[in-house]
Write a protein that binds this ligand. Structure first.
Ligand code: DQA
Length: 145
């Protein structure tokens, strides 16, 4: 069966260390396992899914630009860039692809600087605090649009 939607999942800085990094905050599932769960859910939803991770702002911006005319939706966990990257915000705004901001942790229950997202206003919505489920919920929303 032909996939009905194409979704790009972007993981920003430090998310490649999932499983090792602050497991009390981000869980103990490895980055590879998280991606496996995302791909499995995408298959169930009949969504074609590509996963991209970078620790570099410019690479994330280049990836967002290259998504034009290819992807129907984007799920982005921009990591700490969420809180201050006007360049990523402008890229999301420029490409006009529905984008959902996700976070594994509940950013509002942590340090104050995490309560501010500069990308939220250019995303169609935000999901945070549900661990890996945050990505799965976002995929579900995009597959239904
Ligand atoms: C995060 C929250 C950010 O504040 C942090 O910098 C991250 C991960 C999350 O998924 O909970 O790197 O985006």
């Amino acid at each position: 069966m032909k996939a009905s939607k194409k979704v790009l999942v972007i993981h920003g800085p430090n998310l490649n260390l999932l499983g090792e990094r602050e497991p009390g905050v981000y869980g103990d599932q490895s980055f590879e396992n998280v991606n496996k769960s995302i791909i499995e859910k995408a298959e169930k939803l009949n969504v074609e899914c590509e996963i991209f991770q970078s620790n570099h702002e410019g690479e994330i911006i280049d990836k967002l630009h290259s998504a034009r005319h290819i992807f129907d939706g984007i799920v982005i966990n921009a990591g700490a860039y969420t809180h201050y990257s006007y360049a990523i915000r402008d890229a999301i705004s420029a490409i006009k692809i529905p984008c959902i901001e996700v976070h594994i942790s509940n950013v509002f229950a942590r340090e104050e600087f995490r309560s501010k997202s500069v990308i939220a206003p250019v995303c169609i919505g935000s999901i945070c605090g549900f661990g890996i489920e945050s990505y799965i919920l976002a995929l579900q929303v995009l597959s239904n649009r």
